[in-house]
Design a protein around this ligand. Structure first.
Ligand code: NAI
Length: 342
């Protein structure tokens, strides 16, 4: 954390005094579902960003204590609590990035799609409020099933006449974080150097790590490709089963979501070298939404990195074809959910 601030260092009576000089740009971030298993550690991590001037924590309950606790950290962000629907609009006014981890997580034996009935409504209602109060914000959707909740959010924004496809993101960063970790472990690589693009969607076989595009270039046996791909696809279930009914990934998810927030803030701040994978409206394949590596800029998605999809192995080409029916059905289910209510 110390390194990410600009410091004026003084020696006073043999003591070193660090004065934090705020950076020129400062952004407001809102977390909707901030008192939850993901929301709390995510709030902690975002609170440490020197790019954040205000952190708005919204939940239907229990958020006051989280905000009071976090507000004692000597970080630049002002932390404010907003509880219940009556305070939702104020939580969103003037916000640059909205992160949505609100909703129920999986229990053992459940697929992400089993969460649809509850989370679809939660996401719909929250995105309606985003459309009314901060339509220009970047929107990060974490609530599962991401393959459907992102199309739901898009339909809601369209109905409200404020849809900007460049600013709506399904957060798939955890798939990349997991792929990087597992590949580095398997191949004995320095973790910090490893980058594996993950494309498709965010559920089961729709999660497709492109191991042939791993940086640094590394070769895998067919058996390694199969094992790594299946482990990355099922990593969420690994955590759900280990937690045995107490929820799904929260800490690694918060880490991954904080990385995506920081990348978005860097892009908003004018950094011209920001790349992340995300599930977004896309023209890379025939489906309307697709996760791929994107370039982020001040206005959101600046480019799709199509090179990742060129020169794929036969295994990856087959897996890409195989994931399309499930991904298509999940997208259509999300769209239909909003349209049937018209
Ligand atoms: P949790 O149950 O611990 O927390 C959810 C929070 O949302 C609670 O504090 C609850 O009060 C709040 N909430 C419920 N309805 C709300 C509403 N209408 N407005 C605002 N807040 C509301 O769940 P957890 O573990 O934090 O997971 C949240 C979601 O994230 C789940 O849908 C889970 O499947 C998803 N997830 C997504 C991942 C991804 O990679 N995109 C990875 C892991 C989980």
């Amino acid at each position: 954390l110390r390194d990410s601030f600009t410091h004026i260092v003084q020696e006073q009576n043999q003591e070193t005094v660090y004065c934090v000089r705020p950076q020129a740009s400062a952004f407001k971030v809102a977390i909707l579902g901030a008192a939850g298993g993901i929301g709390q550690p995510l709030a902690l991590l975002i609170n440490t960003s020197p790019l954040v001037s205000a952190l708005h924590l919204f939940d239907i309950a229990n958020v006051k204590g989280v905000a009071a606790d976090l507000s004692h950290c000597n970080t630049p962000a002002q932390v404010l609590a907003f509880t219940g629907n009556a305070e939702l609009a104020n939580a969103l006014k003037g916000v640059d990035v909205v992160v949505i981890p609100a909703g129920v997580p999986r229990k053992p034996g459940m697929t992400r799609d089993d969460l649809f009935n509850i989370n679809a409504n939660i996401v719909k209602n929250l995105v309606e409020a985003v459309a009314d109060n901060c339509p220009d914000a970047f929107i990060h959707i974490i609530s599962n099933p991401v393959n459907s909740t992102v199309p739901i959010a898009a339909e809601v924004l369209k109905q409200k006449g404020v849809y900007d496809p460049k600013k709506l993101f399904g957060v798939t960063t955890l798939d990349v974080v997991r792929a990087n970790t597992f590949v580095a472990q398997k191949k004995g690589l320095k973790l910090i150097d490893v980058d594996v693009p993950v494309v498709g969607g965010h559920a089961g076989v729709t999660i497709l790590p492109l191991l042939s595009k791993t940086y640094p270039s590394v070769s895998f046996t067919d058996k390694e490709v199969e094992e790594l791909t299946v482990r990355i696809q099922n990593a969420g279930t690994e955590v759900v089963e280990a937690k045995a009914g107490a929820g799904s990934a929260t800490l690694s998810m918060a880490y991954a979501a904080a990385r995506f927030v920081e990348s978005s803030l860097r892009a908003l701040d004018g950094d011209s070298d920001v790349y992340e994978c995300s599930f977004v409206q896309s023209d890379l394949i025939e489906l309307p939404f697709f996760a791929s590596r994107i370039k982020l800029g001040k206005k959101g998605v600046e480019a799709f990195i199509s090179a990742d999809l060129q020169g794929l192995t036969e295994y990856e080409l087959n897996a890409l074809e195989a994931l399309k029916p499930e991904l298509k059905a999940s997208i259509e289910k999300g769209v239909a959910f909003v349209q049937k209510e018209l």
